[in-house]
Design a protein around this ligand. Structure first.
Ligand code: PEP
Ligand code: MN
Length: 634
């Protein structure tokens, strides 16, 4: 049952409710949600719920209809975020885990770990105890394999996960690993589940070969009832009559599971298909289906692999796959989970952090798309600094009140955001270190009890109104469209007015932040609506942000003399050095009527060509500034 507590419950009252339930034989878990705090009480005991309802501080008691209790969405509405080392799984993240099927040798695991980390994997996998179909197949290196996996994980700064096959190994394995993996064949090995659950550690729970979704969630319930709430589900294909693939990947299980449980669910395209060429398309299908990540088998020499070679990707194929996943992420409203490697920059980072604020500034109120971009740009939970204007975000960074700012630079429908370019020009101490892409999805947001027929006025930023014109004219032809200073601010306004006849157009984060209803979702006329943001910081912090990144893009500005051919001469430096220009803008120079500053975004070539290019640009222009180098958002 779920015991919903009153908002003003005192600690003593809460303790009394907990003791009452425990005395009756229940396992009690406290769950603090955005809206209310609840106690989940599960177990074999039976009591009249009215005896709980009358306890001081209890608001109501709701029985859980599903056979799985702790794992059910009824128990906890918010997504559970599972932490494995510094990696967070769940919510709006896509986590890539990779590694060989089995740890085979020191050289093998180190080579593969380095390659997958470099491509974007954040958790390393590798079996040490292999439950093979044949007793004559390679069974894994056992504890020796765990030691090697740990070494590789530490060397490349990745938490590790590996399969546990026997309850007697649990304690020993807990000393080496960061996340247990329960294999498909052991999903209903209840003694194993109980023993693993008792450790309280994160667990990756594969779906059994022929398990129904309910059986799978009951296995998660075993883990949770035994003591861990850190469970990640993994769809890895089920047995069907089809023989073309090793198993049949059940992508539809992903959205089904997400409705039924708050636990994150990822997918394993390698064991699902058993065929290398199908791993990439099925990985993308999993992400498109809403999976919180994928676990992929990669081998530096699949032909020599001791197990599952035919389904293991070559490192180059894995590299391409991660890029494709990253490109797909914004379409499903997610971002690839990145965890910067802890390098020597760490000590420098500490210094910089103590010398200045850690906050990330963005323009707008809480719930704005810029806030979403700020969160996406940093994987750790960050302190946010909402600012009134774009200029305020730059000032916050400049003064040290914030360490970073995340500012929009271009929208696919609205074009360049000139304020940002002008502010970059005005702040020589600030540099661009990152780029983030957000898909702009608009929703009609109202008070919880409003219906479409109630709506008389719709508030939003003029861009928001323009981008939803078709919806407004077809569904709300009589409602007045009222321009507002920003989208999330419009939601705050509707929430404050408590008026059913007014609605706002904004993103999902704003609805969630202000506890409002999304009456209609995805109402934008053009679904390909993306906004690109820059992450900016003071020059002295730049190396920290950039230290883990593959820098492949640059933004620069220059001005030229007022004579024939001067711009053409500057542009010839790009082609002359093979530097691919992606975007060219011009802006008036303040105080110099009819003179312009040119802004260019270009690809950053490999090697030191760029140094030569920069030197030549300086020679052939009146002013030249490199505004930043960063990893292109895709
Ligand atoms: C594995 O991940 O190596 C494995 C054996 O997977 P599954 O249990 O899904 O077959
Ligand atoms: Mn395998």
């Amino acid at each position: 049952m779920i015991v919903i507590l009153k908002q003003g419950i005192t600690p003593t009252e809460k303790d009394k409710v907990k003791s009452f339930l425990k005395e009756k034989g229940f396992i009690v878990k406290e769950i603090v949600g955005q809206q209310d705090t609840v106690l989940g009480a599960v177990g074999t005991a039976h009591i009249d719920i009215r005896t709980v309802e009358v306890l001081p501080g209890v608001s109501s008691v709701v029985p859980i209809s599903k056979p799985y209790k702790l794992a059910s969405r009824e128990m906890k509405k918010e997504d559970t975020i599972v932490s494995v080392g510094r990696v967070r799984i769940g919510g709006n993240r896509v986590v890539v885990m990779a590694g060989p099927c089995a740890v085979e040798s020191y050289d093998q695991i180190m080579t593969i770990a380095e390659a997958v980390r470099e491509s974007g994997a954040v958790i390393l996998r590798g079996g040490a105890f292999k439950p093979r179909t044949s007793p004559y197949s390679f069974q894994g290196l056992g504890e020796e394999g765990l030691k090697l996996l740990r070494k590789a994980g530490d060397a490349f700064d990745m938490p590790i996960t590996t399969e546990v096959v026997s309850p007697r190994d649990v304690e020993m394995m807990a000393g080496y690993i960061d996340m247990f993996q329960i294999g498909a064949r052991n999903m209903q090995n209840f003694e194993l589940l109980k023993e693993v659950g008792k450790t309280g550690m994160p667990v990756l729970l594969k779906r059994g070969l022929s398990a129904t979704i309910e059986e799978w969630l009951m296995a998660a319930e075993y883990l949770m009832a035994s003591g861990t709430d850190q469970v990640v589900l993994c769809e890895r294909g089920i047995r069907t009559y089809e023989k073309a693939t090793r198993n049949t990947l059940d992508c539809s299980a992903i959205p089904v599971v997400q409705k039924l449980t708050h636990l994150p669910v990822i997918g394993d395209p390698s064991h699902a298909t058993g065929i290398r060429d199908m791993v990439a398309p099925m990985s993308l299908a999993l992400v498109a289906s809403g999976a919180s990540g994928v676990i992929v088998e990669v081998h530096n020499c699949p032909e020599c692999a001791l197990s599952d070679g035919p389904q293991s990707l070559y490192p180059s194929q894995f590299d391409k796959l991660v890029r494709d996943i990253q490109a797909l992420c914004p379409v499903v409203g997610k971002s690839l989970e990145k965890v910067p490697r802890r390098t020597e920059a760490k000590s420098g980072e500490k210094k910089a952090e103590s010398a200045s604020g850690l906050a990330v500034a963005f323009q707008g109120v809480r719930g704005a798309f810029s806030e979403l971009a700020a969160r996406r740009s940093f994987n750790e939970s960050i302190e946010l600094l909402p600012c009134h204007t774009f200029a305020d975000t730059f000032d916050a960074v400049s003064s040290g009140k914030a360490k970073y700012a995340v500012v929009p630079i271009e929208n696919t429908l609205g074009g360049t955001i000139y304020d940002t370019l002008d502010l970059l020009a005005m702040h020589p101490e600030i540099t661009v270190v990152g780029e983030t892409l957000i898909r702009v999805v608009h929703n009609l947001i109202t008070l919880p009890d409003a219906e479409l027929s109630d709506i008389r006025k719709v508030y939003s930023h003029p861009q928001g109104l323009a981008q939803c014109r078709k919806f407004l004219s077809e569904e709300l032809p009589d409602a007045e469209a009222v321009p507002f200073f920003d989208t999330a601010g419009a939601v705050a306004y509707v929430a404050e007015k408590k008026d059913k006849s007014i609605a706002a157009i904004a993103g999902e984060p704003a609805a969630a932040f202000y506890g409002m209803k999304m009456l209609r979702q995805n109402i934008e006329t053009d679904a390909s609506n993306f906004t690109r943001f820059y992450v900016v910081t003071r020059e002295e912090n730049a190396s920290i942000y950039r230290s883990e990144a593959k820098l492949n893009k640059a933004t620069l500005s220059f001005s030229v003399s007022d004579e024939p051919g001067s711009l053409a001469l500057a542009l010839s430096v790009f082609s002359g050095n093979g530097v691919n220009m992606k975007k060219l803008e011009s802006r008036p120079i303040p105080g110099k009527p009819w003179e312009y500053l040119f802004f260019v975004e270009c690809e950053l070539p490999e090697g030191n060509v760029f140094d030569k290019f920069t030197e030549e640009m300086k020679e052939k222009t009146v002013s030249f500034r490199l505004l930043g180098t960063y990893t292109a958002a895709r």
